[in-house]
Structures are given as structure tokens and as C-alpha cells.
Design a protein around this ligand. Structure first.
Ligand code: GLN
Length: 192
């Protein structure tokens, strides 16, 4: 199992270190050729406009869309924005996943927060029962889902913060900034 991490901008190093903790092979992806031989790709948090512009500059847009047709992709925070079909404004998007996302939905940096989430799918996949501690940093929300998208997690007020569509996964929060490897294990199960 080899999982790539899009390494254009953002906290890709933290994803790589999580993957190493669970003994996955990893690769940093900066150019189309780096996608060869990967079973899945993680797109990190950071700044989605910057990630999109760099992906265009490095000729990655079409290769990433093609990769996603047959393999697993997980976007965390800015990565989830980049993976989505619609964000209600103009910036480069892969446009793969049938989710509508709103950027910076909780406000500014100072409005970042952490909370515990009960995520049945994740607990089932990892044979665990404790809640998942999620870290939100200038996070987006998933305003609506369509097609075959399954909602995995929502806040108490119902706002959606994690969703899955086949082999694609989107989380508003940052599993790579915790010491809980369950989301990375779950992603690997989608990639295999
Ligand atoms: N606010 C950023 C964006 O809109 C995402 C923040 C993050 O990835 N932590 O792209």
C-alpha cells in the first residue's frame, strides 16, 4: 500500500508522519509523474486558493482528476475544498466530489476550535468505541451533499464536517494534527 500526499503547500509533512506511524509507504506528490504507482492520495490542509493555483502551474489538474476516477483521494480542510464540486466562488477546483462547501465557515483564525465527534463509520472500521477529537482551523463546512455521498460526521447543530463518496473522503478538520491515527487507517481501508 503506497499513499501519496500532495506536497504543494500546507501541512503535508504531518500527513506523511501519520502514515509512517501506521506503516504505510508514502510519497510526496508535486508533479504528475509522482502519482505513478500510488494506491491513494491525501490532499492536506493549507490554503485552497494557493494549492489550486500551484496545481494548475504544475500541470496537475487533469492527472489528479484522472487518478481520482479509479483511486482513493482524501481532502482535509483546504484539501476537501479542492476536492469538491462547488464552493460558490471562482477558484481552481478538482470538482470531483459531490459536495457543496463553504470556506472559512466558522470565521477567522481566532474562531478555530476543537470538539469530540462520534463517527460510527470510523469506530466500526477501526473496531474502537471512543469519540474522535477533531481540530478545526479556519475550517470549511460541507453545506450540502448529493449523488452517492454519505455523511460521516456532523456537529451538534447538524452542520456536516465529514463525508464519503465511494473512495473519496472529505473532512473539514485536521486528523494529521492529532495523535489519533484512526482516520488514516480508515482511508487506507478505502484505498485497498
Ligand atoms: N481557510 C482555508 C481555505 O479556505 C482552509 C484552512 C485549512 O486548511 N486549515 O482554504
Amino acid at each position: 500500500m503506497k499513499i501519496g500526499v500532495l506536497a504543494l503547500q500546507g501541512d503535508f509533512a504531518e500527513h506523511i508522519s501519520m502514515l509512517k506511524q501506521i506503516d504505510a509507504d508514502t510519497a510526496e506528490v508535486r508533479l504528475p509523474k509522482h502519482l505513478d504507482g500510488l494506491d491513494g492520495l491525501i490532499m492536506p490542509g493549507g490554503e485552497s486558493t494557493t494549492i489550486g493555483k500551484l496545481a494548475e502551474a504544475y500541470g496537475l489538474m487533469e492527472p489528479l482528476r484522472e487518478f481520482g476516477k479509479s483511486r482513493a483521494i482524501w481532502g482535509t480542510c483546504a484539501g476537501a475544498i479542492f476536492l469538491s464540486k462547488d464552493i460558490g466562488r471562482d477558484q481552481p477546483l478538482l470538482g470531483l466530489m459531490n459536495i457543496k462547501v463553504r470556506r472559512n465557515a466558522f470565521g477567522r483564525q481566532v474562531d478555530s476550535f476543537e470538539t469530540d465527534l462520534n463517527i460510527d463509520e470510523l469506530m466500526k472500521a477501526t473496531g474502537t468505541q471512543h469519540p474522535y477529537h477533531a481540530v478545526f482551523i479556519r475550517a470549511p463546512i460541507i453545506e450540502s451533499v448529493s449523488g452517492n455521498v454519505k455523511v460521516l460526521a456532523a456537529l451538534e447543530d447538524g452542520r456536516i464536517v465529514a463525508a464519503q463518496e465511494g473512495r473519496w473522503l472529505a473532512t473539514s478538520f485536521h486528523p494529521e494534527l492529532t495523535s489519533d491515527t484512526r482516520f488514516h487507517e480508515f482511508f487506507i481501508s478505502l484505498a485497498s
